[in-house]
Design a protein around this ligand. Structure first.
Ligand code: PMP
Length: 407
């Protein structure tokens, strides 16, 4: 089918051969976690089986091999997001830890009483709470750019928000609830014009569209491996080198030091200064393989495939009068949030699960956004390279079943 260029990718994902309740599983929850393709599973297995060793410390063959693989993974990440150098790439546990690292290590050193951290109303809790924690400690203030009813960011009063006391702008590249893609390059310009830095939460963008941190001119970019076909417990923080160089460490321990004495300790260079302790080595090499997998499929095919699925699902669900779509921006990743008028999203989700259609129902860790939109939650279907028109058909059938049972 020409409109679904990746219809063969399904065979790469062994979990989809699992039968659930004797039937095929329709996995529409990639926004929560991407499934893992064979090459990633095999790479992690190979590392654990034949290459297990700690990095940056052994004086033996295996340790050297592990160190090379780990540093090659850093290089692959740099290439993938167009970072100027691998030394701008820090491995973390995931988006959440990346944001906490910046809030603590950058925030503590650079924020003062009365400063403003500017977010948006569509942020995930992990791009809100770390900022509230440091703001409370320092006496800084957290503000949020408003969201329009259709899910677009409302920049009509931008000048009221981008004021000289703003020191950090922390925004999501794509909303995990609405799908909205924000114009990060524009927000970066606005942040820099008032002397602020910008951190971008790329958790939902990274698997859907190419990212070029230099073109976007962002100071920090965070994402998680598990959202882009990679392992759990591995993530990335990109930072501009001069900004990272000026930052003190986030956590103390082995590997992040230059020299330790009881009289005082000096710290290692960037990025090692921010990677205290033994890292998730198999996670990093597995993530590199996941990024290679994406490169092999190719962005044009991924974008065309996911757009076709999103358009088809949007059209089909719009034809059901009781369905209310949540987030109808013209510029979206492959996320479709909706409600059945008069039904609770978790009841809808439960019935869909009985039909083997895996979606997510709830507030999606965006409670402030739910409050702005005046709803308690949504049902969220999210699409990936392995989904097909048949999956959309199953989605629609399950929604109709939920409608018949609940309304
Ligand atoms: N930001 C967004 C937009 C997300 O969707 C998520 C994951 N749901 C996160 C941050 C947090 O990612 P993680 O739990 O992998 O740290």
């Amino acid at each position: 089918m020409s409109e679904f260029p990746l219809s063969k990718a399904r065979v790469d994902f062994p979990l989809l051969t699992n039968r659930v309740r004797g039937k095929n599983l329709v996995y529409l929850d990639s926004a929560a976690s991407g499934l893992k393709p064979w090459p990633v599973i095999e790479r992690v297995g190979h590392f654990l089986t034949y290459q297990t060793s700690n990095v940056h410390r052994g004086a033996h063959f295996l340790s050297d091999q592990a160190t090379v693989a780990y540093e090659q993974a850093r290089q692959k990440v740099a290439e993938f997001i167009h970072a100027p150098s691998p030394s701008s790439v820090i491995f973390t546990r995931g988006t959440t830890e990346s944001i906490n690292l910046v809030a603590q290590a950058w925030g503590r050193a650079n924020l003062k009483k009365g400063d403003v951290i500017l977010l948006t109303e569509m942020e995930h809790h992990s791009n809100i709470v770390p900022w509230q924690m440091i703001a409370k400690e320092i006496g800084a203030e957290v503000r949020a750019l408003p969201v329009k009813p259709n899910g677009d960011l409302d920049l009509s009063r931008a000048d009221d928000f981008f004021t000289p006391n703003v020191k950090m702008v922390a925004v999501t590249h794509a909303s995990n609830t609405l799908g909205t893609i924000n114009d990060v390059a524009l927000l970066a310009q606005k942040a820099h014009a008032v002397g602020a830095l910008i951190l971008v939460d790329g958790a939902q963008m990274i698997a859907n569209h190419p990212v070029d941190v230099q073109k976007l001119d962002v100071d920090f970019y965070a994402f998680s491996g598990h959202k882009i076909f990679g392992p759990y417990g591995i993530g990335v923080l990109y930072g501009k080198k001069d900004v990272l160089d000026a930052m003190g460490p986030y956590q103390g321990g082995g590997s992040m030091i230059s020299e330790v004495a009881f009289a005082g300790t000096t710290y290692h260079d960037v990025p090692f200064r921010f990677e205290a302790g033994t890292p998730n080595i198999e996670g990093a090499v597995g993530l590199a393989t996941a990024l290679e997998y994406v490169q092999k499929l190719g962005w044009p095919a991924i974008e065309a495939h996911e757009k076709a699925l999103l358009d088809l699902a949007t059209q089909k669900l719009s034809e059901i009068p009781e369905v209310e779509l949540v987030g109808t921006s013209a510029n979206k990743v492959a996320i479709l949030s909706f409600n059945l008028k008069g039904a609770h999203p978790s009841d809808v989700g439960q019935i869909m699960d009985q039909e083997n259609v895996a979606v997510r129902a709830g507030h999606h860790c965006t409670q402030p956004l739910m409050k702005v939109l005046g709803i308690t939650g949504t049902v969220r279907a999210s699409f990936s390279v392995f989904n097909s028109a048949a999956d959309v058909e199953q989605l629609v059938k399950a929604v109709i079943k939920a409608k018949e049972m609940l309304l």
